[in-house]
Design a protein around this ligand. Structure first.
Ligand SMILES: NC(=O)c1ccc[n+]([C@@H]2O[C@H](COP(=O)([O-])OP(=O)(O)OC[C@H]3O[C@@H](n4cnc5c(N)ncnc54)[C@H](O)[C@@H]3O)[C@@H](O)[C@H]2O)c1
Length: 246
């Protein structure tokens, strides 16, 4: 029961990665506040409760922390797996100023405010971990050739957002690290989700063994970053990508 008596907040809990993390933490004895903009069919129970809310609003972030603290008395780790997809550009020729700025302010604004408010909370509490999500595209641009002859596309704002997450983590780790607070990010490779076969094949050719990942491939990294083994790992971006970035 590695998560016994541990309290997590998982934002984006109904997405591919959030869902797998949440199930793993609950299975291993932890308690989870699940946060997502989507309505969930499941009901809250003594180890998990749901908050349907939009993370891009400052007041909502405060409410999530207050509610979790009230219910479970403490918070050990906050993981942000959310990504606002609504305003992304659809292709290279459809860059729209309003959409780009909205997408960037939604993702970066919410991560910055989340870090600041949560780190202030953890400072009073005396400890805590924050894990944000960057991406392989937070350290490299897309391999555009992989997208040829598919209807898939990776927009500039995704690369910009994910590079910036790496900076946000360093900034806040340096400010708050001395208060027993660890702030790191995970940069996964692509997660399998019924992608186009040609794309999968080309993608795999840039990797070492597996190619695209399963969300469960990230569990051990999350475990490590959320417990004492990583106490001296702070402000880092852990790349988990089967060698895509090499
Ligand atoms: N899936 C991948 O291939 C991949 C690869 C690298 C990095 N990432 C990053 O990892 C993180 C998790 O990815 P995922 O695949 O689980 O994403 P996902 O799209 O499957 O899930 C994201 C969840 O966040 C929720 N969400 C979106 N906007 C929200 C908001 N404003 N407030 C609250 N919840 C909101 C969505 O409803 C969704 O359930 C993301 O930051 C993503 O960019 C994903």
């Amino acid at each position: 029961m590695i998560f016994k008596n541990k309290v997590f907040i998982i934002i984006g809990s109904e997405g591919q990665i959030g869902k797998v993390f949440k199930q793993h933490i609950l299975y291993n004895g932890g308690k989870v506040c699940s946060v997502d903009i989507l309505r969930t069919e499941k009901k809250s129970n003594k180890n998990e409760f749901y908050i349907k809310t939009n993370i891009t609003n400052l007041k909502n972030i405060k409410k999530i922390l207050d509610k979790t603290k009230k219910l479970y008395k403490k918070i050990d780790c906050v993981i942000n797996c959310s990504y606002p997809k609504l305003n992304q550009s659809k292709n290279l020729n459809s860059i729209n100023f309003k959409k780009v700025t909205r997408n960037i302010s939604d993702h970066l604004g919410s991560n910055i405010v989340l870090c600041k408010i949560t780190a202030d909370f953890f400072k009073k509490q005396g400890h805590g971990n924050i894990i944000l999500f960057s991406s392989i595209q937070g350290v490299m641009p897309p391999k555009f050739e992989h997208y040829e002859n598919t209807n898939m596309y990776s927009p500039i704002e995704y690369t910009a957002n994910k590079h910036a997450i790496v900076g946000i983590v360093k900034y806040y780790a340096k400010l708050y690290g001395k208060f027993n607070i660890n702030i790191n990010s995970i940069s996964p490779g692509g997660i399998k989700n019924n992608q186009n076969k040609n794309f999968l094949k080309k993608y795999k050719s840039s990797c070492l063994q597996k190619g695209m990942l399963d969300a469960k491939d990230l569990i051990s990294t999350m475990e490590y970053l959320s417990d004492d083994r990583s106490n001296v790992v702070n402000g880092q971006n852990l790349i988990v990508d089967d060698g895509w970035t090499l």
